[in-house]
Design a protein around this ligand. Structure first.
Ligand code: HEM
Length: 249
């Protein structure tokens, strides 16, 4: 099916229909792995921050910026709530059977996400200890996430649900960039390991620091490019007659 341009005006979605046959859960094999990967990432990333002890932070905290740690933990706790919400939002069964849950968790995602994840990310991005390239990359990442999320919400308000779906998928992909970053760092380190000895004199930490900007850009730009490619080649749309979530925002 030919993809629709993101800003093509659309007729409002058809009224919800309960007659469409439900797709069985095993036809959606990605929901359980996504939920497990989310839990695994959170179990790994969040514990150092639970005690609110700046000394346990994985990132150096700037002493000359009194709000740095507070903003970082706000961002992390907000992200801890937002990631499971994404699983809920993309779960077709939940959208079909409990559209009210989809609407309410969507509102929490947008408003809670902007206040507790996106804006704090924007504030801490210029403080990144991995240098100016990472600072620029993180700032662009935060701006893009905020823009995609707000646009997705506006599209739902205008009842342009196909556009809403695309913008929210872009937002979700960017949110998961933080988890993907862990994998990208490891892959880049493995690929570049020969240089650890020849160029960095065995200092793997220095190599990792130099790779940080590259892994950061790759972690959110690569999935975004893949998502756009998926859209262009005709991502599956809602089945005809399937229940579309009646979003009353
Ligand atoms: C909207 C997408 C996100 C953006 C733009 C973003 C941006 C940032 C930035 C700029 C930093 C500071 C990095 C530095 O100082 O070098 C950071 C750190 C961090 N973020 Fe996010 N983030 C996002 C989503 C999330 C989510 C969903 C979580 C889930 C809990 C999360 C957890 C963390 C953690 C744990 C750190 C501290 C560094 C670490 O321990 O790895 N972020 N993030």
């Amino acid at each position: 099916m030919a993809p629709q341009a993101p800003h093509t005006p659309q007729a409002p979605s058809p009224p919800p229909s309960r007659s469409a046959p439900a797709v069985r859960w095993w036809r959606r094999p990605w929901i359980a792995p996504l939920a497990l990967a989310t839990l695994a990432f959170l179990a790994f990333a969040v514990p150092p921050y639970l005690g609110l002890d700046p000394a346990r932070s994985r990132f150096p905290i700037r002493e000359d910026v009194p709000w740095h740690y507070a903003m970082l933990v706000t961002h992390i706790f907000g992200g801890t709530v937002l990631m499971p919400l994404v699983v809920l939002q993309v779960w077709p069964w939940m959208r079909r059977r409990h559209p009210a849950v989809h609407r309410w968790s969507g509102r929490v995602y947008v408003f809670g996400g902007v206040v507790f994840v996106g804006v704090p990310a924007l504030l801490i991005a210029p403080l990144s200890h991995t240098g100016p390239s990472s600072q620029v990359g993180s700032t662009l990442w935060a701006v893009a996430w905020l823009a995609f999320t707000v646009t997705g919400y506006v599209m739902a308000r205008r009842r342009r649900f196909a556009d809403h779906r695309r913008w929210m998928l872009r937002s979700f992909v960017l949110l998961y960039g933080i988890a993907l970053n862990r994998l990208v760092v490891m892959v880049l380190l493995l690929v570049m390991m020969p240089q650890a000895r020849s160029v960095y004199g065995g200092d793997v930490g220095a190599l990792a620091a130099d790779l940080a900007p590259a892994s950061l850009f790759l972690s959110w730009l690569l999935p975004l490019v893949l998502l756009e490619w998926w859209f262009q080649r005709g991502a599956p749309r809602a089945r005809p007659g399937a229940r579309t979530t009646p979003v009353r925002l």
